[in-house]
Design a protein around this ligand. Sequence first.
Ligand SMILES: *Cc1c(COP(=O)(O)O)cnc(C)c1O
Length: 384
Amino acid sequence: MKNNENEFKIPFNKPFIIGNELENISKAVKENLHLSGNGPYTRSCQSWLEKQLNCRKALLTHSCTGALEMAAILADLKPGDEVIMPSFTFVSTANAFVLRGAVPVFVDIRPDTLNIDETLIESAITPKTRVIVPVHYAGMGCEMCVIQSVADRYNLFVIEDAAQGLLSTYKGKYLGAMGHLGCLSFHETKNIICGEGGALLINDESMIERAEIIWEKGTNRSLYFRGDIDKYSWVDLGSSFLPGEINAAFLWAQLEHANEIIRKRCLLFDYYASLLKPLMEKGQIRLSIINEDCTSNGHIFYIITRNFEERTLLINHLKKYGIQAVFHYIPLHSAKAGKKFGRSHGLLHVTKSISERLLRLPIYYEMTEQDVEKVAERIKQFYS
Ligand SMILES: *Cc1c(COP(=O)(O)O)cnc(C)c1O
C-alpha cells in the first residue's frame, strides 16, 4: 500500500505505536473474548479520562464527530434553534447540530489564539440561541471564563469542541472538562490516536444517565449491565456511538503514554518557536502563541504568512525538499453547506484573512529535532 504521505521525507503527520497497542488487541481477541463496545479496554480508557481530566463521566465514541452528535441530541435542540460557533473549524462542529435541524451561527475569531472572539458572542445571541460551542484551536484554550458567564446569563449550554485539546489546560482546568459537555478526538491526525475514535465528556451530572442511553442505541442497557434493572429496552433517541474493543485496546496503550507523547510534541513545538523567532522579529511571519492562562499540548505548530500568494509559494518550496506543510480550514461560512445551513454574525474578516495565510508545519511523535531543524532551515532559506 502506498499513499501520498510516503512521497514526503518529512510528512505533516505520521501515525505511530508507543507501547502495547498490538498486544492489547491480541488480548482483546484471545483473552477478553470481547470485541464489541463497552468492554474492559473501553472502561479502562473511560476511567483514565475521568481521573486525569477531572470530569464526571467519559464515554468513548467512534469519533469526535460522534461525540458532537451525542452532545447535540443531549442539548434537545429543535429545528431553528441556534448554535453559536466559530467558522474557522472542522465541518463536524456544525454538522452535528445541523443534523438536529439547528442553525449554526458563525462568529469571528481572535487574531491571536484563532479561537472564537468571546467579545462578539453576546451580540450574536437571539431568543433562539441554545448553545455556544467553543472550539479550542490547536489545543489552545478559549476564553472560557467569559464564555461561561455569558452562557450562565442567557441560560445556554456550553459544548466544548476539544478535539485537539487533550491534556491542555485553561486556568488550571482541562479542556473539555469545563462546559456542560466536552468532545475529544483520537483520530490518527490528533495527539493520542486509535485510528478513528473520540470521547464525550459529561461534566453536568444530570446528563449522565441520558448520555448512556443515547450511546447504547437508545436503550437502558448500561443500567441493565450494572444490575440496576432486570431487562433493557428502547427508552429514548440513540444510535451506535460506541467504538469496538479493538480500537479501545489500541487507545489504552496510547493513553498510558499520553503525557510522554505530549511532552515530546511540546519539545518540538518549542524548538520550532526558537528557530523561527528571528523571522518573526523581522516581521516576515507570525508564529503560534501560547496564551497566558493556558498550557499547550503541542498539537499544531503553525506560522502565518503575509499573504495567500506567499503561503502557496512556501508550500511549494517546502514540497520541493520533501517537506509536507498544510493549510487548514476553508471557513464554514464560505462553504456550500455552511451557506445553506448556517448564517454569519458580522463579516468574519479575521477568519477569512487567517484561513488564507495559516500554514501548519510537520509535527508528530516520531519527529526528531534534526527534522525540525531541516524544516526551519528551508523556511529561513525561503525568506532570505
Ligand atoms: C478532528 C476534529 C473533529 C473531528 O474529529 P473526528 O474524531 O475525526 O470525528 C472535530 N472538531 C475539530 C475541531 C477537530 O479538529
